[in-house]
Write a protein that binds this ligand. Structure first.
Ligand code: ADP
Ligand code: TPW
Ligand code: MG
Length: 575
């Protein structure tokens, strides 16, 4: 122990928190210092933990969430009370919605004062506020309970469906002292925090029987499948069965997007046509049109298309969420997929060629069409011509992590840029939230040590743009590409009143985001052509330096809300 707060025989709340985290293999904290946790950040660093300090807690929280997704260990976000806590809470809530394990640890004010509402410094009943927005929330009042509190938080974050956990640590707790040996004995090393959950044999048989009878089967991989790290078995299942598969955006790369069974380029063909759909770690939420409507071959937007579903999920409540689930397979993805594999012998009949042939035909047609679009070289660049460059760079650097947000900047990247390895794509997730960009990038670089590319809409980038200082401060190999089309969706909107304010979706024209990176000692480059963009990205990889490329995109190129225009209320009115 290194600080004055402890003698050889005594320990304190600060050190017990640090020791409890370290005992459980947690070596990094993402946070922002201030009363009452400033010393905790200092001491954690002093005790050998990596403490990554951000400019705003939301991005520290997003970093923790991404770290959780990438490592299967809960990412830790540490904040001050009330405002810092609230800033972190958005990320905690988002992590919970995304099923990413993270723990938000916030210092809080004194209970006696908070509960009597006597107006303490940063007074807020944080536990009560956090509870409905995360998977579990705990408060520790006594130093001897820190071990239990941290253990419970870890178990809650990782077991079953992963999610966000809030841990409330009142200021007084940190200064509490206790006998060091008793303190050490009070800590808990969590055993088997995410126990395997083996699916029931009858449920496996039900699923296999349904799959065997399918004429047009389809496998859908979601980010739960990426999280589960069952890559080899998932690949074996797909290849042994010969079933076409479709990855959701963050499942891209579990198998390379260039895999011959990938149906990504034939999405709008396979969804309505499939007869049996196997969902692996993917929910039938809005991202899959709730399993209904024209996307699935239904007559109108409410009609089911007739598909049967096998759903692999660790949450027993996920089945029947939107349409009937014919064969729920409840368990962890690794165990469920290997149970299915065990039932697929050498006599397994691959899907009829009428199906796989039709999928391949549609796919080849769309790939050829896309190749034509990508080959064009318009001036100024459009999303496609810029992203053709990103696509090549990722192909040459398959280990790199791609962070992606925006509307058009998101949708075009998702469909154009192939991924080759699992867990290399991090994006806006289930909520379609803007602001994950720099937090996810910092986490990806810190956790993996690999090159990170962040393809950002200019609006999306603005939500976390100040964290370029964080990227520079830790000298992280992050290359941000701002797809600058002068605004939200496009830069051409006009004020409907004819007044002097610009339209709500329009930004300063020709903004120089590259200079933001230069301000902190990083590399900032303007790119007006694909050649300039390519050169800057190649140089970023070579140097490993923090880089921001301001890619000038035709301001007329985007569409309203990217690919989800139909979700705008005014579009619904037209229906
Ligand atoms: P996507 O957005 O990519 O479609 P979702 O976030 O909707 O994916 O779905 C992820 C699903 O994966 C959640 O329902 C979650 O319960 C499930 N899940 C997460 N981890 C595991 C796991 N280890 N085993 C089984 N299911 C998991
Ligand atoms: C926290 C609403 C969805 S997409 C977007 C906003 C503001 C920005 C789109 O512009 P961008 O991309 O990034 O420049 P492009 O390529 O189309 O021009 N606040 C939050 N989350 C969301 N999703 C929004 C607002 C939104
Ligand atoms: Mg934009």
């Amino acid at each position: 122990m290194t600080t004055e707060a402890t003698s050889a025989e005594m320990t304190d709340g600060f050190h017990l928190v640090i020791d409890a985290l370290k005992l459980n293999g947690i070596d990094t904290i993402f946070g922002l210092p201030g009363i009452p946790i400033t010393d905790l950040t200092r001491m954690a660093q002093g005790e050998g933990m990596r403490v990554i300090s951000f400019r705003h807690e939301q991005h520290a929280g997003n970093a923790a969430a991404a770290a959780g997704f990438l490592t299967q260990k809960p990412g830790i976000c540490l904040t001050v009370s009330a405002p810092g806590f609230l800033n972190g809470l958005t990320a905690l809530s988002n992590a919970t919605v995304n099923c990413f394990p993270m723990i938000l640890i916030s210092g809080s004010s004194e209970r006696e004062i908070v509960d009597l509402q006597q107006g303490d410094y940063e007074e807020m009943d944080q536990l009560a506020i956090a509870k409905p927005l995360c998977k579990a929330a705990f408060r520790v009042l006594n130093a001897e309970d820190i071990g239990v509190g941290v253990a419970r938080a870890i178990r809650a974050a990782l077991s079953g469906r992963p999610g966000g956990v809030y841990l409330d640590l009142p200021a007084k707790l940190f200064a509490q002292t206790m006998d060091a040996a008793a303190g050490k004995a009070s800590l808990i090393k969590v055993v088997d925090a995410a126990p395997r959950q083996i699916p029931a044999p009858d449920a496996v048989k039900r699923a296999l029987d349904l799959l065997k009878g399918a004429k047009k089967p389809l496998i859908l991989l979601g980010k739960g499948a990426a999280y589960a790290q069952a890559d080899a078995d998932i690949r074996a299942l797909i290849e042994k069965t010969g079933i076409p598969y479709l990855p959701m955006s963050m499942a891209k790369g579990i198998l390379p997007d260039t895999h011959e069974q990938s149906a990504s380029a034939a999405r709008s063909f396979v969804l309505p046509e499939a007869d049996v759909v196997v969902l692996i770690g993917a929910r039938l939420n809005w991202l899959l049109s709730h399993g209904k409507g024209k996307t699935w071959g239904g007559k109108d937007h409410k009609a089911w298309g007739g598909q049967k579903y096998i759903q692999i999920d660790i949450s027993p409540q996920e089945a029947d969420s939107n349409v009937a689930t014919d064969a729920p397979l409840v368990g962890d993805i690794g165990s469920c997929v290997s149970a299915l594999l065990a039932g697929i012998g050498s006599d397994w009949a691959k899907p009829p060629v009428e199906w796989t042939g039709a999928v391949a035909e549609r796919k080849n047609k769309n790939v050829a069409k896309m190749a034509e679009t990508l080959a064009k070289d318009p001036s100024p660049m459009n999303f496609q011509s810029a992203l053709a460059v990103v696509r090549d760079i990722i192909k040459d650097n398959p280990e790199a992590i791609l962070v992606n947000e925006g509307a058009n900047a998101l949708d075009f990247t998702r469909s154009i840029v192939d991924m080759y390895l699992p867990r290399k794509r991090l994006d806006v997730g289930t909520w379609g939230i803007m602001g994950i960009g720099m937090g996810f990038s910092v986490a990806a670089a810190v956790v993996t040590g690999k090159q990170v590319f962040a393809v950002e809409g200019d609006s999306a980038f603005g939500f976390s743009g100040m964290e370029v200082e964080t990227i520079c401060r830790y000298n992280l190999p992050v290359c941000v590409v701002v797809m600058n089309n002068n605004g939200v969706y496009r830069g051409t909107d006009v004020n409907q009143s004819g007044g002097k304010d610009v339209a709500p979706t329009v930004f300063v024209k020709g903004a120089r985001y590259d200079m933001m990176m230069q301000a902190f000692g990083g590399v900032g480059v303007q790119a007006a052509t694909p050649a300039e963009l390519r050169a800057a990205m190649v140089e970023a990889v070579k140097s490993g330096k923090p880089t921001l490329i301001n890619a000038i995109i035709d301001e007329t190129a985007g569409t309203e809300s990217g690919r989800i225009t139909s979700l705008n209320p005014s579009a619904a009115k037209k229906k």
